[in-house]
Structure formats: C-alpha cells, structure tokens
Design a protein around this ligand. Structure first.
Ligand SMILES: [Zn+2]
Length: 157
C-alpha cells in the first residue's frame, strides 16, 4: 500500500501576520480588532471607515468607531490595507490582495468613483527618475482626476 502523499504545508493564516504586527506594537489581538481585520478582508473595492465599521459590527457587535479608527493605521502599517487620499474630507481604503505594487487611480471628481489600474511603468519611471538624482524610490503614487462616464452622461442630459 502506498504511503499517503505528504501534504504541502497549508498557507499560513494571513490573520497571523496581523496578530504578529500588532504584538510588535505591544497590542493584543482582541475580538474587536480581529473583527475589524476580518471586515477589511471581506470588503472589496474602495470603502470608507464608516463602511468598515458597519461590516465589522456585523461580525462583532461591540466594535466601536474608535476601535475602527485606531485599528486602521495598524492595518495600513502591516500592509493589509492601503489608504487612498483623494483630497476629500474622508479617506478611502482598499484591502490589498497581493496584486501588483504599482498602481494608479482614476478618481471621478463628481461622484468619487475610483478605478484602480495597474501601472508597471511607474516602477520603471520612479527608479529612473530617482537614480538620476542619486535617490532610491520608496513609494510613489499617481492619481488622475477625471469625470466618469455616468457623470458625463448625467451632465449631458
Ligand atoms: Zn462620476
């Protein structure tokens, strides 16, 4: 009888990386913090802190607004979530899914619709421009203000 095939190691639980990160900050993975983490994992597309709060409360009723606001920088710090400032009074967030690091955003000026586009040329551009000045690029962003097709149609009618 053949020996059972060895199972490859299961992928490590991504929440462990978050727990390890907050432990480094001297914080515990409380039910509330982990609910905010889980809510961010569930949300697709761009969301606000309030939308994250609503989703987190579906998971754990005791999550407070303050917990969400204190947990967001931790999610950003450990690389789970990206902060997207579109120059409004509220910030948008996007949960990272391991896609390409260099992305640009098209932001509709009228309705705040945000479209993420892969921008591999940015990596090349950033490196080339920085090298010229003897600098090493750390991050870069490209944001294009635009008017989406729905808003164009609304304006035309
Ligand atoms: Zn629009």
């Amino acid at each position: 009888m053949a020996a059972p095939e060895r199972q490859p190691n299961p992928p490590s639980d991504p929440s462990e990386a978050f727990r390890a990160y907050i432990a480094q900050q001297g914080l515990r993975g409380t039910r509330q913090r982990m609910a905010v983490y889980e809510a961010a994992r569930q949300l697709t597309g761009h969301y606000t802190a309030d939308e994250l709060l609503r989703r987190a409360r579906d998971i754990e009723r005791s999550v407070s607004r303050a917990t969400v606001y204190r947990t967001l920088p931790l999610l950003v710090g450990c690389g789970s979530v990206r902060e997207i400032d579109v120059g409004r009074d509220h910030t948008y967030y996007l949960t990272e899914n391991g896609g390409p690091a260099f992305r640009a955003q098209l932001v509709c000026e009228r309705c705040d619709r945000i479209v993420e586009v892969d921008a591999p040329f940015m990596e090349w551009y950033g490196k080339a421009v920085a090298a010229k000045h003897g600098m090493r690029p750390v991050s870069q962003r490209l944001q294009v203000s635009a008017v989406c097709s729905d808003c164009q149609r609304r304006a035309a009618s």
